[in-house]
Design a protein around this ligand. Sequence first.
Ligand code: CU
Length: 392
Amino acid sequence: MKRLLGGLAGGLAGGAAAFGAALAQENSWNGPVDGDIGMLPAASKLAEEVHFFHNGVLMPIITVISIFVLALLLWVVFRYNVKANPEARKFSHSTVLEVIWTGVPIIILLGIAFYSFDLLYKEDVIPDGKQIVAKADGATTDFTFANDFPPSRTAAAPKHVQVFKGTAAGAEGLVHGRDYTLAGLGSATVAVKFKAAPAAGESIVIRVGRSLVGPTKFLGLFGKDNTEIALAPTMTIKAIGYQWGWSYAYPDFGDFEFASNMLPEDKTTPELYRFEVDNRVVVPVGETIRVVTTARDVIHAFALPNMAIKIDAVPGRLNETWFKADREGVYYGQCSEICGVRHSAMPIAVEVVSRPKFEAWVDSQRALAGLEPMFGAAPEKFAAAAADTAAQ
Ligand SMILES: [Cu+2]
């Protein structure tokens, strides 16, 4: 028995270690690999929040319920079998018990809804946060900005404002109360008042709005708050599903459109077969992208697991969602609505690149469509965009 228990404990410890290793696995191509447990690596704050909801909220609840039900079962099996309990009692109701087994699940579901309704809202509603960048002159301590949102969306609490100091070393998040205070929350103009004037030349980045996404402290107590204010989209991509492929349009950049079809087996690697396409969607890193979906024939669904988005593409109707990739790379998804015999042959491949690369790509697509370049004529814009990225 001792050996059995020892083996069991060893097995559990080994299993836990394997689970940890699988979770921590470096996954350079962001897709599934052999031995994976859990979800694909998160590439956006929204995906991090989805993972937090699954790993930090749902899994503990599921585990406790499973163990509780198993214990009840074992109790009934051993305590009330025909040998241990030959004379069964004949009662059929217990008001107290029925109130408990109705009330407790309601409380559990309310607890889940508290997190999941919030997430549903964030996925569905396009963020409206804005960012103000100011250069410090070494003397100014107060930086004001217009709080010009619709009444229900104005910055009214310290968490609706995030302040960063951008230096060569990267962005440093400042703490309300320690580094700065806020004046005028809820009114038309808000001031960020620094305790000490930031050094001359430093970029002061102020993010404002109510579109907070990312994992927060569990029950407001444990872990660390890792939320960020999501900014309003800088561009829209329109994904149109058809039997069997996707077509993408970029209405902000001259309405060029291209088809994106799965690469045949001999044109790609075994690992990427059924993921890779001939023309990838290209988007800039760190920017909020509005995704609008529709379809030409039957219902398809646009899904990107790394960004934790999935939305139906319905003929005659526009659906929208959004994502913001935090890392450059290629992210794969697949049509997620059974749409016909080649449903499995309409993958989605999104390439996240730097802003200058994105602009060069836009110009190349415009050239293919017979349009004038949009960015190439103004090379100084490239430098400004690169400096902006460095400042963040
Ligand atoms: Cu489809």
